[in-house]
Unconditional design. Sequence first.
Length: 520
Amino acid sequence: MDVDFDSLEARDSDVASSAAHPETARLLSELDRRQLARKIALPTNDGEVRARLRELDQPITLFGEGPADRRDRLRDLIAKARLERGEAMDVEEEEESDSESEESEKEEEFYTEGPTALKAARRDIAEYSLPRARKRLARQRFDAGVPLARLMDVRKAVFSNLSTFTNLGSQIGDTRAVSAVRFSPDSKMLLTGSWTGQAKLWSVPSCKEVRVLRAHKERIGGVAWHPEATLSQSSSAVNFATSGADNDIKLWNLDDDTSLRTLSGHESRVCRVNFHPSGRYLGSASYDGTWRLWDVERGDELLLQEGHSKEVYAIAFQQDGALVASGGLDAIARVWDLRSGRTALVLSGHSRDILSIDFSPNGYQVATGSNDDTIRIWDLRMHQAIATIPGHKSAISDVKFFSAPAARDAERYPVTETPRAFAGMDEFNGASGAAVKSEGAGEGESEPDFPTSGSFLVSSGFDGYVKVWSADDWQQVRAMANDQAGKVMSVDVSSDARFIAAGQYDKTFKLYSDPNVDLA
């Protein structure tokens, strides 16, 4: 085979001349710069990126430039400078050392030592929650034997009553938006918080102002009643809590116009607050990206818990007291085990901020309301959402399960009491729980009670609606609109199931009930 050496020499000379061409040289230089830039490790903190730019005598920001663009610009500048100096840094070795350090960091367990009081609190919570969990499970096994026909009769009676609910009236609550409403445990008072920073107590159902409290310097984000308030709790003890945009939480009794205690520690606005079922602890969610656990009696911060990538907005405790759920503006909800401090479950599925969260009395279902206009129902046993409710045409501001008060007598079984709203119905009997006599029961024959606690869910939205949902199939039972169709900021249902209250952006709160309800 003959080789044309003349043609090969000619082709090599063409390649050499093309490489020497200015445009080709520029492209090759740009390629080298980009390859080097991709291998340069830079800090992800925007403040550190700005500091490095300042060291290079470069503007720390350009018009319309974001953190990612600024980081890319710094990388290009460093790569260009290294090429101009002719440095041949072995960036591969640098990358290997970085990866080794990252691996060592991953292997290292993250642990923050807590106070001795937290260990005692975890033990106390375990001792409190385990008996309650056993009782709840025993009750659920007991209820599993209820005939389906009888269950349907109970649900029909409950939902037929709820379907008649209407607006009983509207009351001006403050000079700014009423941001939070909660009924007292005995359903005789309503606590409201507003953007003026004032908290007010109102009698139910007359809606007469009982007390005005100058609670916070900034707008109130959440209010919560102590579980024993107005029942067995002394009026001079802690009866309720308020939280505000002044970063503080305040504890109040029913006698004084000044707070009993101020809980300080959050570094930003405190949104929702909630009492642990034992009443000994308080949970708070904040814009500082944490939720915290407080000792109510001493006012000490027991736990500062991180875990959300953005602000934490909502918090709720399971009725057993073992779990707490937090919802954040990162569209994630987390369920935490208070006895160990570990994350029990991550609830991921919403596309936008989670603004409200609540546990069902059954202990294994959680409802989350989001800025994506949906309510999701999560089953903790299945580790997934079992229902997605397109509940409102705008953001879901609040969700609350109906929860009947537990019997105070620990020896009594079953443990639920009859809501007053259902006590007068002919279909119900007994004083310890909502019960329906089945068709086969003889005259005067007593039957076990069937609980109505957790049988429905109420929600509020920025579309101006308050809605009631069946907890059986998550279908809408009732939708109630306010007259001005303004935003509904908060909603709650009384423990006797007679009333639903809604706090409004238009400075009012509204009371909904059966039009024939006894207002005495």
